[in-house]
Design a protein around this ligand. Sequence first.
Ligand code: NAD
Length: 482
Amino acid sequence: MQATEELIRSVVRQVLAEIKTPQHSSAHAASGKSFAGRNGVFDCVDDAVLAADEAFEQLSELGLEARKRIIDHIRRISIDQCVELGTMEMDETKIGRLEHKIEKLKTLGERTPGVEFLQSQVFSGDHGLAVIEHAPFGVIGCITPVTHSLPTITGNAVNMIAGGNTLVVNPHPSGKRVAAEGVRRFNQAIYRDLGIDNLICVIAEPTLESADALFTHRGVKLICVTGGPAVARAAMKSSKRAIVAGPGNPPVVVDETADLDRAARCIIQGGAYDNNLLCIAEKEVFVVSEVFDEMLAAMERAGAARLNAREVDQLTSVAIASVGEGEDKHDVAAKDFIGQDAAVLAQAIGKNVPAKTELLFAETDEHNPFVPVEQMMPFIPFVRCRNVDEAIEKAKFYEHGFRHTSMIHSNNVRNMTRMGRALDTTLFVKNGPCMAALGLGGEGYLSFSIATPTGEGVTTPLTFTRERRCSLIDDLRIIGKP
Ligand code: NAD
């Protein structure tokens, strides 16, 4: 085992020594700079892209085993240091819940798909053989959200490096320190083992200008944006190909056939996770009137705290703000309340709930701003509907056409099918919490960049590759007559 590791190391050293010769050099060598030892943390977009380009050339000389080995370092650090890094993320961003900050890093380290996803396709026939392989793009420019700063970078890094790429990240300014620290640790471990630095680069002082510089940089071959409406729009206008993981406002429908206690447990598990910061999290619930009161009782039995109409009005007046002018005027979640604990929300309206309360909920009408707004805080409105048709219609309306995520609790296959067809969302969960769609309690795999408007879905290494076809004419099909 030790001998094999030493052999891999010596091959890697040999390859890297060869890369340093001029015939392999390009933009970074022309610049005369070497960035080794920076561990991926940069002040300037130009330098970060040059360093990531240098790292891309080095990575391109290595095989899949080396990519796997690099990814294993990222996984190990995310898992082994999840408590320290998760605490750092919580202390810096001040939103969400510590236990979930820790769990997200661990889960991404364990379950983000890696090189095993890169399966080639083969067409073998009378005219020979065609092999379709998946090649990297090069340097990918990434924008990451404050809701999961280091977790998004971790998932992106595993996916993108598995595909043979390197990345430069412009993180959200409110999560920049943990982003830089995580990236520094990943690169340091990789550099020590394989001698390649800066596979993952991060802008230490990110701004909208540095995001724009990344969008337009000639050295960036692809962009991947994870964030809300403004950045999703900016990316869609970019002249480069963009993979856009945009906003959501996931509705839940509960019909008269649902197991209400199970539905309540699922809505609390998904809607309260990290204080409702997940883009896939349950944001509003449409319940048929036949079981509406029973459903609210089930929510209380499952531990959520119910607000009355006056309390809902009070919470709305403090936790929802208005932005824009004229036709652009619209409601948004008030910054001070995003990702805060349910007990903090309750306290703001003079209500005491036990500190461990995970979720607040109430009956509202559909015009309450908590229904259309992506609130990202642990209060969920429940809207009474005449029947399942009305519930599905309203769910579709308030999903805003993001085609992101929706949920139904039902034992009627026809209702499930109707809702699935009507909402046309990227993720559609039946009888489970939202995270079941990412393989957490359901089947499937995980990423924290779910490309919705651009349609790639839950991103994987393949999302960040170009298809290349290699055709051999008339030979190498070994079946049949000559
Ligand atoms: P945000 O839109 O405020 O910020 C996201 C990132 O975009 C940040 O790095 C920010 O600095 C940058 N940004 C914002 N406006 C920009 C512009 N005009 N040009 C360039 N960069 C810009 O979002 P947030 O509060 O950090 O994250 C929450 C949002 O992200 C929610 O809407 C959520 O649904 C969405 N999200 C989506 C996914 C997904 O996979 N689809 C995952 C996580 C979060």
